[in-house]
Design a binder for this molecule. Structure first.
Ligand code: GTQ
Length: 349
């Protein structure tokens, strides 16, 4: 017996398997090599979605169904290797959400944590636990597990963002709860900007006792994160695998902003080629600025602003930006870290 080969199936063994099958029993040695693999194996494939193409379909959906009727008007980005499963990676979900002028996506709450990454429009809002935040291009917005949230667009242009949720992880644990709010919008009890003032200025309210595992900041404005990268670039300390890469942080404990999903923002200068890198967290990338190409597991993907691409677990990634480029990314690294599972291979860099 080895971890890579199955024992041969003799007629006596086969008869035995069939006999015990009726009793809901199965021999480990027949499945061992496919369930305990020497390296990650999954159906998850590398893929790139062209934003303009997806946006055209999303706007078409805007003429077919309202946000209210749909609850959330979203086109799911389904991994081509995992069709029908509402997943972009084995553990994560991605979708493009449209809120038209004057619309409200009604208030609800669920166990699943969500992130929004704003791609189109300017000035629509999302309300989380009694506070509204106004959304601008590149903002990273969080809806914590169990928090009431509704989205509204009082501007005169369509608003589109990328939704990243831990839906497959919550189904894996069979821990999904969800409920609707009696009204379309939840009552507002805090002023816009309150949480960023309290928690997003390198200060915390004295005697603050965290009650949740998610960051109390629920909008990380792009303007601030982008400015940090721009200041850092003057130092010319590029990581061979990542260029300049920052992780979004929960100021309360220094961990990732969300308990299940890790989020990052990185700057790659024009002409930089990253050293091949792989890690166990399959990652969803959004090109926030610039264009270039990324090779994943030997396959080349060309991307421009707002395009979205996914790299499966343990497949080598090489980025080659043609212009200065900024990539936002998210993965399940937050969960893998806590479980002691996360691994990377920097190829000696
Ligand atoms: O905005 O609350 O893409 O509940 C999927 C499920 C978005 C949301 C999604 C959701 C939401």
């Amino acid at each position: 017996m080895s971890l890579t080969e199955k024992p041969t199936e003799t007629p006596q063994r086969k008869a035995f398997y069939e006999k015990i099958d009726e009793k809901s029993l199965t021999p480990l040695w027949s499945v061992m090599s496919s369930i305990i693999t020497p390296e990650p194996t999954s159906g998850c494939q590398a893929h790139c979605w062209n934003y303009e193409e997806a946006k055209a379909y999303l706007l078409e959906a805007g003429g077919l169904i309202t946000a209210k009727e749909a609850e959330r008007r979203v086109l799911i980005l389904e991994n081509p290797g995992l069709r029908g499963q509402s997943r972009i990676t084995t553990s994560l979900y991605a979708g493009l959400q449209l809120v038209m002028p004057g619309e409200v996506a009604p208030a609800h709450r669920h166990s699943q944590s969500a992130l929004r990454f704003v791609l189109d429009g300017d000035g629509a809002h999302t309300a989380v636990d009694g506070e509204r935040t106004v959304m601008h291009y590149g903002d990273f917005v969080i809806t914590p597990s169990g928090a009431w949230h509704d989205h509204g667009n009082r501007t005169d242009e369509p608003m589109i963002w990328l939704d990243g949720l831990d839906i497959p992880m919550i189904s894996f644990f069979d821990a999904s709860f969800a409920e609707g709010y009696p009204d379309d919008e939840q009552p507002i009890s805090r002023k816009t900007g309150d949480s960023l003032a309290r928690f997003g200025a390198n200060l915390l309210p004295v005697d603050f006792e965290p009650r949740k595992k998610t960051s109390p900041i629920f909008n990380y404005p792009y303007e601030r994160s982008r400015a940090a990268l721009e200041q850092m670039r003057t130092q010319e300390e590029w990581d061979p695998c990542h260029g300049l890469k920052l992780r979004y942080v929960n100021p309360v404990d220094g961990g990732y902003a969300m308990p299940t999903i890790a989020t990052f923002l990185q700057l790659l200068p024009a002409g930089f080629t990253t050293a091949a890198y792989r890690s166990t967290d399959a990652t969803v990338f959004v090109a926030v600025e610039g264009s270039g190409r990324t090779t994943i597991d030997g396959k080349v993907f060309e991307w421009g602003p707002k395009d979205i691409f996914v790299a499966p677990s343990w497949k080598r990634i090489v980025h080659e930006p043609a212009t200065d480029a900024v990539l936002f990314s998210y993965s399940d690294r937050a969960a893998q870290d806590r479980l002691g599972l996360w691994r990377e291979d920097r190829g000696n860099h």
